[in-house]
Design a protein around this ligand. Structure first.
Ligand code: ASP
Length: 439
C-alpha cells in the first residue's frame, strides 16, 4: 500500500501543527510521500508565508528595502524549527534567497520558496529524503504543465526512494527557472506525485473534515459528504464549492486513484472519499448544493425558431465573436435563453444584442440580469423519481420564483436560475427538504 499525503498551509502553520502532522504520517507506514504547503495562518488575521513572500519580492523588484519582511519570514521558519527542537539552520538558504531577490529572480521563484523551505523543515523533522520539485516537475516553454515529461522524470526519481518529501506548488522550466501553479497549487502537486508513484490513495489533509454538502457560510454546520464522485465534485467546484484546487482532479482521475480529504485537527474523522464511481448508496438523494450569483439571461423568441436550421449556431456565434463563453442554454420550441456571466457580458452587451438582432431577426429579445444559479448535484437523483418536483414545490412554498431550469442529460444535476436576492433562501430551502428533514 502506497499513499501520498499532502498537508495544507494551516496544517503546517506552527510547530504544534507540525507535531500533529508528524504523528499522522508516522502512524501509518504506507504514508510514504509527503507534499507540504508553505506555512499558512496561525490565527485569523495572520498572514500566510506565501503572501509575505509575494510582498517581499514586490519590494525587491521595486528596488525598495526588503530585508525587514524577509527577516519576518525567516522568523516564521525559525519559530517552527525551534518548537520542534531541530538542528536545522536556514541561514544559507535565506542568503541565497536575498541574493536572488536582488537579482530579480521573479515572483514565481519568490512564492515557491515558501514550500521549498517548509519541505526542508519537514524532511529534517521526519528524517525523510528531500526531493526538490524544481528537479522533477516540468513546465513547457509556454508555461503549461508538462504532464507526460513530469510523469517520466518523477516516477523514475521517486523509484529510488521508499519515502520522500516533495514540496508543493512549483516546478521548473527545462532551463531550471522556477514556475508555480496557481494559488492553492500544492493540491495539484500531490495529485501529480500520486499518479507518478501509482499510489493507492491520495490523502489531502486540511482543516475541515471533508467536503460539505453546502457552503457553511449559508448553512450552519452542514453535513459532510462521505463519498463523492469526480464528476459530482467537478460540478460542485465549478459552481463555487472549494476545498480542493480544480486542477488537482485530473492526474489522479486519469490513474483511477481516489482522494481522501482529511482534517489534521481531527484525524479520527474519516473525511470525504473522492472516487471515479461507486455503488455505495448515498445517505441522501442529493450529494451537494452549490451556486453563484451574477448571471445574465439573454432570452430570445421567434415563431418557428425550431425549424430554422442554424438558428442556435448564429446566436451563439455572436457571443463567440465577443469572446464570451456561455454557461447554459435552456430552450423551448420557439424560445431559447443563453446564460452568461454578467461581468463578462456587460461590456459587450450592445454588440451581442445588435448582432443577434441583425442575424436572426427575433420577434422578441430581452436581457435579464442579476440572476443566480444553484446546482443541485447527486448521482442518486437518477434512480429517484420526483427529485425535480420536490425542488420546485419547496421553492414555490418559499415564494421563490424560478427563472430557469436546466437538467443535464445524465440526470445527476439540476441547475436552477433564481434572482440574486433569492439565492441564499433557495439554497436553505433545498438543503432543508433533502437533508435536514431526512436526518
Ligand atoms: N502556498 C501556496 C498558496 O498559498 C500554495 C498552496 O498552499 O497550495 O497558494
Amino acid at each position: 500500500m502506497k499513499k501520498v499525503v499532502k498537508f495544507g498551509g494551516s496544517s503546517l502553520a506552527s510547530a504544534e501543527q507540525f507535531q500533529k502532522v508528524g504523528k499522522i504520517i508516522l502512524s501509518d507506514d504506507s504514508r510514504r510521500y509527503v507534499v507540504p504547503s508553505a506555512p499558512g495562518k496561525r490565527f485569523s488575521g495572520d498572514t500566510k508565508v506565501t503572501d509575505m513572500l509575494y510582498q517581499c519580492y514586490y519590494a525587491a523588484a521595486n528596488g525598495e528595502d526588503f530585508s525587514g519582511i524577509l527577516k519576518q519570514i525567516k522568523a516564521r521558519y525559525n519559530e517552527i524549527i525551534g518548537g520542534l527542537n531541530l538542528k536545522l539552520c536556514l541561514d544559507k538558504e535565506f542568503e541565497l534567497i536575498a541574493k536572488n531577490f536582488e537579482e530579480k529572480a521573479g515572483s514565481d521563484y519568490a512564492a515557491s520558496r515558501g514550500e521549498y523551505l517548509n519541505g526542508l523543515v519537514m524532511a529534517a523533522y521526519l528524517d525523510f529524503p528531500f526531493v526538490d520539485a524544481a528537479e522533477v516537475i516540468r513546465f513547457d516553454q509556454d508555461g503549461n504543465f508538462d504532464a507526460d515529461l513530469t510523469d517520466k522524470i518523477l516516477s523514475k526519481t521517486l523509484s529510488e526512494y521508499t519515502k520522500a518529501v516533495i514540496p508543493g506548488f512549483y516546478g521548473a522550466y527545462e532551463d531550471g527557472r522556477v514556475k508555480t501553479f496557481s494559488r492553492g497549487g500544492s493540491d495539484v502537486t500531490g495529485s501529480i506525485v500520486a499518479r507518478a508513484i501509482g499510489a493507492d490513495l491520495y490523502e489531502n489533509w486540511t482543516d475541515v473534515s471533508g467536503f460539505l454538502v453546502t457552503d457553511p457560510r449559508l448553512i450552519e454546520n452542514p453535513e459532510v459528504i462521505d463519498i463523492i464522485t469526480y464528476r459530482e465534485l467537478r460540478e460542485l467546484s465549478y459552481m463555487g464549492a472549494s476545498v480542493l484546487h480544480e486542477d488537482a482532479i485530473f492526474p489522479v482521475r486519469k490513474a483511477g486513484i481516489p482522494i481522501n480529504i482529511r482534517n489534521t485537527n481531527r484525524p479520527e474523522d474519516k473525511g470525504t472519499m473522492i472516487v471515479a464511481s461507486t455503488c455505495q448508496k448515498p445517505p441522501f438523494t442529493i450529494t451537494g448544493i452549490a451556486g453563484k450569483k451574477g448571471f445574465v439571461a439573454v432570452n430570445i423568441e421567434k415563431d418557428m425558431m425550431n425549424s430554422e436550421i442554424g438558428f442556435g449556431r448564429k446566436v451563439l456565434y455572436e457571443f463567440e465573436k465577443q469572446g464570451i463563453s456561455f454557461e447554459h442554454m435552456p430552450s423551448g420550441i420557439d424560445t431559447m435563453s443563453i446564460i452568461v456571466h454578467q461581468d463578462e457580458f456587460e461590456e459587450h452587451e450592445q454588440k451581442v444584442l445588435a448582432g443577434i438582432q441583425r442575424t436572426v431577426n427575433p420577434d422578441y429579445l430581452e436581457v435579464e440580469g442579476d440572476l443566480a444559479l444553484v446546482a443541485v448535484v447527486g448521482r442518486a437523483m437518477r434512480a429517484n423519481r420526483g427529485t425535480a418536483a420536490r425542488i420546485f414545490a419547496a421553492l414555490s412554498h418559499a415564494h421563490i420564483n424560478i427563472k430557469m431550469i436546466d437538467q443535464g442529460s445524465s440526470e445527476w444535476n439540476i441547475i436552477i436560475g433564481v434572482r440574486n436576492e433569492d439565492f441564499e433562501k433557495a439554497i436553505k430551502t433545498i438543503y432543508d427538504i433533502f437533508i435536514t428533514t431526512q436526518l
